[in-house]
Design a protein around this ligand. Structure first.
Ligand code: AMP
Ligand code: GLY
Length: 432
């Protein structure tokens, strides 16, 4: 069968690379793709928001399965458009995609189905929201989390230790800083613990977790600097030990499955659960209805089974028949970004060392890259994800950085401490 992947980031690159390895797959197309994806798939010049055009393409090219990478087309209803035209597509429909597209929809879902999450209240007006914040701080609260309700490209959340900063952010939300996304806000209790990412396949009847992973959201070493889309990842996440995973399954994933059944949500795709491993139970910070980027680069680097087969079974409601095998070798993904990211950055600088960086066990996934005069240049904030497997997390990290050190362009940078939490846990365990 031929496959169409929709998107142009590192997530879509790893999906194309992994799907291409399947014996079931003849050809992989990617719309619109990027300079690195072009090596693993045929890039098609259609944007991720051109839903009807994408469906036309799928029909013309007899695509057997389409995989929508990013949240925007899912929230815009790409699954509804494709299914109406009899096409197979991996992902939730527009209603179910609100689990990511609306934080109040997701919170309401979690509360109704008994899924552990932070206590929260929803507001339609700044005055009531600010009064609530003042009340929480007056009652001795040390911090509060404010979330714009809609999609805000990862920028709509503030974890505030200060009452006035919290109030300002609320005013910004209602003042239109995030467009329509800020017309409603959620105010949440601040959870304390270590974050991890759980991805799970579901066809609405069965739910199957993938290997655990962890992201690094801040721009600079030691988790400092502004929040980003993610500066690196590794899998597995040692914080998700067997006991935590057992709780994730019973308290979160099984209740999620029951919830989508009770609410009759059409969800045949991937659910990405951002969790906080607290002193008590793991609690849900957010749902996303697509693979995490850069988590998926590390996770799929460890998958030893056929991804196309698992995805097709998910779409056809036969996920119970799929089996996923994981390498015991950990994987690490170091993201290289453009100088200045996540704020202003320059584009168009030639990237050197790409071929030298790849070797057995090291793969460079492209995100913001493009061709210019026959060379590959940086064309976005996050540019590359250098992924390596190793017999242990330390060797995977060393291999990823040895490869990253061969790559450069003007301004390009990466964090030097990806995986530090996993190393710290390992040392603690070994040191007793
Ligand atoms: P979200 O988009 O909801 O995942 O929020 C983005 C980031 O904000 C998360 O990855 C956390 O680092 C942080 N965050 C969100 N909700 C909370 C919470 N209730 N307590 C502490 N941190 C949070
Ligand atoms: N890495 C976090 C995300 O994909 O949203």
């Amino acid at each position: 069968m031929d496959i169409l992947v929709v998107g142009n980031g590192g997530r879509e690159h790893v999906l194309c690379w992994k799907l291409k390895q399947s014996k079931m797959v003849n050809k992989v197309f990617c719309a619109p793709g990027n300079a690195g994806i072009a090596r693993d798939a045929e890039c098609v010049d259609i944007g991720v928001d051109e839903l009807e055009k994408l469906a036309d393409f799928a029909i013309e090219h007899r695509i057997g399965l389409t995989v929508a990478g990013p949240e925007a087309p899912l929230c815009a209803g790409i699954v509804d458009v494709f299914e109406k035209r009899g096409l197979k597509i991996f992902g939730p429909d527009k209603t179910a995609a609100q689990l990511e597209g609306s934080k109040s929809f997701a919170k309401d879902f979690m509360q109704r189905h008994g899924i552990p999450t932070a206590k929260a209240a929803t507001f339609d007006h700044a005055d009531a929201a600010i009064a609530y914040i003042r009340q929480e701080f007056a009652a001795g609260g040390k911090g509060i989390v404010i979330k714009a309700d809609g999609l805000a490209a990862g920028k709509g959340v503030l974890v505030a230790q200060d009452e006035n900063a919290a109030a300002e952010f609320v005013k910004d939300c209602f003042g239109g800083r995030f467009g329509g996304a800020g017309a409603k806000v959620l105010i949440e209790e601040c959870l304390v613990g270590e974050e991890a990412s759980i991805l799970a396949l579901t066809d609405g009847k069965t739910i199957v977790p993938l290997a655990s992973s962890q992201d690094h959201k801040r721009a600079f070493d030691g988790d400092t600097g502004p929040n980003t889309g993610g500066m690196g990842s590794y899998s597995p996440a040692p914080v998700v030990d067997d006991a935590v995973m057992a709780e994730v399954k019973t308290l979160i994933l099984e209740r999620f499955l029951q919830g989508i059944q009770d609410d009759k949500l059409n969800f045949r795709g991937i659910i990405f659960v951002g969790i906080m491993v607290t002193e008590k139970v793991p609690k849900v910070l957010e749902f996303n209805v697509r693979f995490g980027d850069p988590e998926v680069q590390s996770v799929l680097s460890r998958l030893d089974s056929d991804l196309a087969d698992a995805m097709l079974k998910t779409v056809e409601g036969r996920l119970a028949e799929a089996s996923l095998k994981w390498s015991s070798d950990p994987a690490v993904c170091v993201v290289m970004a453009s100088g200045g990211y996540p704020e202003h950055y320059e584009k168009g600088h030639v990237i050197s060392g790409l071929a030298a960086a790849e070797s057995d066990g090291v793969k460079v996934f492209h995100a913001g890259t493009a061709f210019k005069d026959g060379a590959i240049v940086n064309a976005g904030g996050r540019v590359l994800g250098i992924c390596a497997r190793g017999e242990n997390i330390k060797s995977a990290i060393e291999r990823a950085y040895a490869a990253a050190d061969k790559i450069s362009w003007r301004g390009g940078f990466c964090r030097r401490d990806i995986g530090y939490r996993a190393i710290a846990r390992l040392e603690k365990k070994n040191g007793g």
